[in-house]
Ligand binder design. Structure first.
Ligand code: TRH
Length: 367
């Protein structure tokens, strides 16, 4: 079956990150033919370094990527069209969809709020007769699941069990090999005023800490701790027992391994959150903040649905408030083995559900 996926990049990497991952899964795991229409190739390039940001149309990893800048070339709509995150389809194309009887899915943002289960899978009636449905990612059985590659957990287990593989991988991606028995953290996030406190509290722990911060917004928040240093990718900064590694932004296909390498993962947005869930390690989610503060409801709903342990829930809240209390980090460190065990078990349980791509295909076939 042929699929067209439309994505407008609002900000950051979440929109393109999700649609690119979906395109890959449809192509590789389900042998579907996919064209991804995206309006900003510069957002795709860090995730897929082979991207030619000047090409109108290119094939990347078996997926046709069409730069959606203005008028689309004269193309027939596919039988299934994914309108990611309620982006607006081109008028002419939409009219053709109605004529052809294409099915349109509005792939929505991940959320665990109560109303989502009631809206997932509902038809969205259109005055021009377009056949359209809502599809919501989620972690409850009443929602559409999360994207998860078929062999993801097996790959993760193999990586985590093999020190040599980890070292080779670190070397390949310019990531300093963690010190023996250190506590390892990944730090992906938006700017955050709590970062200096977090790093200071970690540096005062009795054991060594390796913190990996990929190039991006959060790196700049470390500046107040290192006022005389320039924060360049590739550098390692030292504070007491802590080493802060400013590492390159990785291709999307490698990002999981950073999470697998670490004991505690800080992520942001919905796409990296899903990856942190599959990593089976305790994590802290810096949710994308909205002007109307709706993100707090979303965060609270997630913490409750995921049944996050209190110490971890506390750190999640404080990280989003950007103020840490003194014993929050201590509580995490003290309970880390237990938190890890629980995270692994939750991941195992969630992986019993069909992943989003499988659920989406089943849904489309049922229509
Ligand atoms: O980039 P984000 O902040 O995207 C956000 C959210 O999706 C939010 O909901 C949306 O409304 C807003 O943008 C406009 O966070 P997210 O969703 O986690 O996407 C990050 C992607 O970047 C994800 O696919 C993982 C990937 N990534 C890499 O590929 N390499 C890296 O080194 C890192 C750190 C991330």
């Amino acid at each position: 079956m042929h699929w067209h996926i439309f994505c407008t990049v609002i900000d950051n990497y979440g929109d393109i990150g999700t649609t690119w991952r979906l395109a890959r899964q449809l192509t590789y795991a389900h042998q579907q033919q996919v064209t991804l229409f995206v309006d900003d190739l510069n957002a795709l390039a860090p995730l897929v370094p082979e991207t030619d940001t000047t090409a109108i149309c290119q094939t990347l990893h078996g997926i046709t990527v069409q730069h959606w800048i203005s008028e689309l070339p004269d193309i027939q709509p596919a039988p299934v069209v994914i309108e990611a995150f309620a982006c607006t389809l081109p008028e002419q194309y939409r009219a053709e969809m109605v004529k052809n009887g294409s099915r349109c899915i509005n792939l929505e943002y991940f959320s665990c709020e109560d109303w989502v289960a009631g809206c997932h899978g509902l038809p969205s009636y259109q005055s021009d007769g377009l056949k359209k449905w809502f599809f919501f990612p989620g972690i409850s059985a009443q929602t559409g699941g999360l994207l998860r590659e078929e062999n993801l957990l097996a790959e993760k287990n193999a990586f985590c069990a093999n020190q040599q593989t980890q070292n080779v991988w670190c070397h390949q991606w310019q990531i300093p090999i963690p010190q023996a028995n250190s506590l390892r953290l990944s730090l992906f996030g938006y700017e955050n005023n709590a970062l200096p406190d977090l790093l200071t509290q970690l540096s005062e722990q009795p054991h060594l800490v390796d913190a990996y911060c990929p190039a991006g917004k959060l790196q700049s928040s470390a500046q107040t701790l290192f006022p005389t240093q320039s924060l360049e990718t590739g550098k390692t900064l030292t504070l007491g027992k802590l080493r802060l590694h400013l590492i390159p932004f990785l291709p999307q296909a490698e990002f999981d391994r950073l999470l697998w390498l670490c004991d505690l993962n800080f992520v942001r947005g919905e796409e990296s959150l899903a990856r942190a869930i599959w990593a089976g390690k305790p994590f802290v989610w810096h949710i994308y903040p909205t002007d109307d503060d709706a993100h707090w409801d979303k965060l609270t709903a997630f913490i409750s649905t995921y049944a996050m342990q209190p110490a971890l829930a506390q750190l999640n809240k404080e990280w989003n408030q950007q103020v840490l209390t003194t014993d929050t980090v201590d509580n995490i460190i003290l309970t880390l083995p237990k938190l890890t065990q629980i995270s692994q078990e939750t991941t195992r349980q969630l992986s019993q559900q069909n992943d989003l791509c499988r659920q989406l295909i089943n849904f489309v076939q049922s229509k």
